[in-house]
Design a binder for this molecule. Structure first.
Ligand code: ADP
Ligand code: GLC
Length: 482
């Protein structure tokens, strides 16, 4: 099958979160299964630098914006289509925000014109040898590709994946005009959402098949509590919606080969491996040295979704327990200030590093005993999966992908040898504290704890199985397209 995957980020070229990992993992796995794959992304500065010698494929103007299209290569990924427009994509800040953390005022134009350019490229492919049979768009930034495809080249099948329903790409109605969207799209069954333009809605309405990144999240988004205003629409599309768990990059996240670690380890020498990496981490972050405290790690965007404010609220009681905390995060500045203050207050027991650091993320996974994810909602989540590979026991809320990827330790799962972590239910400090207390109790029995660690390390989280599920969805979309 000739598959074009499109997204606003792909690892290792451009990443702000799990979307980049998921797109890269799926693209590589599809190619390994023998399919012809291209990945289309905007040519951000980092992308051009890291994708080797570029070959110019052509030029396209969309929504008044000129794009040059280049073919690029990067190790581990199928060939790339890079859409270059310096005015739109070569800017300081991250992919979506300026240096002050404000969303770029023209994000609708940046991604809307990219979507249109992409659909035009599918209608008259810049690579003669690659006429896409199917386009798989991801999240709001690339959702508008789908109505454009339906208009310009309806025989190309359309699949849309929701990685996070909370970010919808909703803009004032005038933006639809600015983007030159056909007036016929502007109705409640199209791209209009309560008088505004919704990219996310365009994807949901115009795909032949919809997926999201875990079976539980696929059910949750059909409810008013988790539907972010789109649950009604999603219920009308429930028959074509499925949840497919993300895999992980098992080469990058492997404690037996990880170059970032003080000591590499496998399931058989987990206890020594952990001890050595925990000491190194304590030293690096200024935590008191010692084996006794239970070291809880967390690596996260600082955003409402991730529930890290619950950690702030739980701190007084947490610090009554024999625990240390190592936190790496970037995002919400006021939350970051609270964590910085906590660092001063609990020096030696609470360490916070503000910023984005792949290296430190690996060392926290390896050095921590437990890994905390108190997310309010979590479509899939990757760190709890990395944790299991590193023998780091995840302590997670029982929702979304966290519920689907972590097996709660209870009498039955411990007896069956399947338990890998701890669930808690309530999105409040009490819930979080309950999870940590259960972890401490389980850890007090060394043989149970090692069993939990090893059960996690032995699980299969490869992309291969997920890619096969996507292929089944692609086949359905192709059948619906002709
Ligand atoms: P989300 O995409 O919602 O942020 P995921 O768990 O799916 O959540 O993916 C997050 C990814 O981003 C993981 O690969 C995680 O290691 C990484 N990540 C998040 N914050 C940081 C950070 N501050 N430093 C390094 N890596 C981070
Ligand atoms: C989103 C979600 C996260 C998921 C990731 C990749 O960023 O917040 O839960 O793992 O997408 O699908």
């Amino acid at each position: 099958m000739r598959i074009l995957l499109t997204a606003s980020e792909v690892f290792p070229l451009a990443k702000t979160g799990g979307l980049a990992d998921a797109v890269a993992g799926l693209a590589a796995a599809l190619a390994e299964l023998g399919h012809e794959v291209r990945v289309a992304v905007p040519a951000y500065p980092g992308v051009v630098e890291r994708s080797g010698a570029l070959r110019r494929l052509g030029a396209i103007t969309a929504a008044g914006q000129p794009f040059e299209i280049y073919a690029g290569r990067v190790a581990g990924l199928p060939p790339l289509w890079l859409f270059a427009n310096a005015a739109l994509f070569e800017r300081p800040g991250d992919l979506y925000h300026d240096e002050h953390g404000q969303p770029f005022a023209d994000n609708a134009l940046r991604f809307g014109s990219f979507c249109q350019a992409l659909a035009q490229a599918c209608a008259s492919p810049p690579e003669a040898a690659f006429q896409p049979q199917l386009v798989h768009a991801n999240d709001w930034q690339t959702a508008l590709t789908l109505p454009w495809l339906q208009t310009l080249t309806p025989t190309v099948a359309r699949v849309y994946t929701i990685h996070n329903l909370a970010y919808q790409g909703v803009f004032p109605a005038a933006v639809a005009h600015e983007l030159g969207l056909p007036a016929t799209w502007w109705h409640a069954g199209g791209v209009e959402f309560y008088g505004q333009l919704s990219f996310m809605k365009a994807g949901i309405v115009h795909a032949q098949r919809l997926t999201t990144v875990s079976p539980t999240y696929a059910r949750e988004i059909l409810t008013p509590a988790c539907g972010h205003g789109l649950d009604g629409l999603l219920r009308t599309r429930a028959a074509v919606l499925s949840g497919i768990l993300n895999g992980i990059d098992e080469a990058t996240w492997n404690p037996a080969t990880d170059p970032h670690l003080r000591r590499r380890y496998r399931a058989h020498d987990i206890t020594e491996g952990k001890r050595s990496n925990r000491r190194a981490l304590q030293h690096e972050l200024g935590l008191a040295a010692g084996d006794a405290p239970f070291l809880i790690g967390s690596v996260t965007r600082l955003a409402y979704q991730k529930g890290m404010d619950l950690l702030v609220a739980a701190m007084p009681e947490l610090m009554q327990m024999p625990v240390q905390i190592a936190l790496l995060g970037a995002g919400d500045r006021s939350l970051a200030e609270e964590f910085t203050a906590l660092c001063g207050r609990w020096h030696g027991r609470f360490a916070f590093h503000y910023g984005y650091s792949e290296d430190l993320a690996h060392r926290i996974e390896a050095g921590a005993d437990g890994f905390l994810m108190p997310s309010r909602y979590e479509p899939c989540g990757l760190n709890q999966i990395y944790s299991q590979r590193y023998g780091t026991v995840p302590i997670v809320r029982r929702i979304g992908g966290l519920a689907d990827t972590v097996v709660d330790a209870d009498g039955a799962t411990l007896a069956a040898g399947t338990a890998t972590g701890i669930h808690f239910l309530d999105a409040d400090p009490g819930g979080l504290l309950y999870g940590v207390r259960r972890a401490l109790e389980l850890r007090s029995d060394a043989s149970i704890w090692v069993q939990l660690q090893r059960n996690g390390m032995h699980r299969d989280f490869s992309w291969r199985a997920a890619a096969q599920r996507y292929l089944a969805v692609y086949a359905q979309a192709l059948a619906a397209a002709v």
